[in-house]
Design a protein. Structure first.
Length: 251
């Protein structure tokens, strides 16, 4: 099989998944966007969390040109990415009970805020506990996960539940268990994951919806501009100053 054919198959698989979430998750995306807009309008703060590669989609909506300035990364030491050494430690930390509550309790998150939790499998202790504790604190929770894992794997949380069970709104990425879109007889393992592409698209669709919902209410969405366009730094300086009490990624 030619390499170019495999590339085309991956693009086709990713496009197919994007079309599915566009059509099948439209109501959930609209609801999540409205919830984000409600939170911004009410003076609440926005947070995003993901562990391992799920953190990539969370980071994609934080301090981002074209994104909402109010979205903050809720970082858990050791699980934000693959920078921890050894990388396998990050996976192990996702299964540690109590870590999420410790992070939440020491974070600025409070009742009336909104937390986006990204976890492909939604089965590990960290995202489940994060969602449970966030709701107990009075936060709204939007979960981005593959619901298929809940029927095809066992939960690793003591409750036996999954991320999807503790969210106000669930966005289903439709990613198959294992997160690999391609198989070839000559290659012993499935390969070519698409979860980052789909999850990031879902979250950007939510943010776009939120910006539109705010504008419809007569509220200027607190959007950032690229620092690489003329006037971008000045624009961002105004937004960051105006909303400084709700932004936690700067001193």
């Amino acid at each position: 099989m030619s390499e170019s054919k495999l590339a085309g198959q991956f693009f086709d698989a990713a496009i197919g998944l994007l079309q599915r979430v566009r059509d099948e998750e439209a109501d959930s995306v609209a609801a999540a966007g409205a919830l984000v807009a409600d939170t911004v309008a009410a003076g609440g703060r926005l947070f995003a969390f993901g562990a391992g590669h799920s953190s990539l989609a969370a980071q994609d909506v934080v301090y981002r040109a074209g994104g909402l300035a109010l979205m903050n990364l809720l970082a858990v030491p050791g699980v934000v990415g693959v920078d921890v050494m050894p990388a396998t430690l990050g996976s192990a930390l996702e299964r540690v009970d109590g870590l999420a509550s410790a992070v939440l309790d020491s974070s600025p998150a409070r009742s009336g805020d909104l937390l986006v939790i990204v976890s492909l499998s939604g089965r590990n202790a960290l995202p489940v506990e994060m969602a449970m504790n966030a709701r107990a604190l009075g936060l709204k929770v939007v979960g981005v996960t593959s619901v298929a894992y809940a029927s095809e794997t066992r939960s690793r949380h003591v409750s036996g539940t999954y991320l999807k069970d503790h969210c106000d709104i669930v966005l289903d990425s439709k990613i198959a268990v294992g997160d690999a879109e391609l198989t070839v007889d000559a290659i012993p393992a499935p390969f070519a994951p698409a979860s980052t592409v789909v999850t990031s698209a879902l979250l950007q669709a939510v943010m776009a919806t939120a910006a539109g919902a705010l504008a419809e209410r007569g509220i200027e969405p607190p959007l950032l501009r690229s620092g690489n366009v003329d006037g971008g730094h000045e624009w961002n300086g105004r937004v960051l100053s105006e909303y400084g009490d709700r932004i936690f990624y700067r001193h």
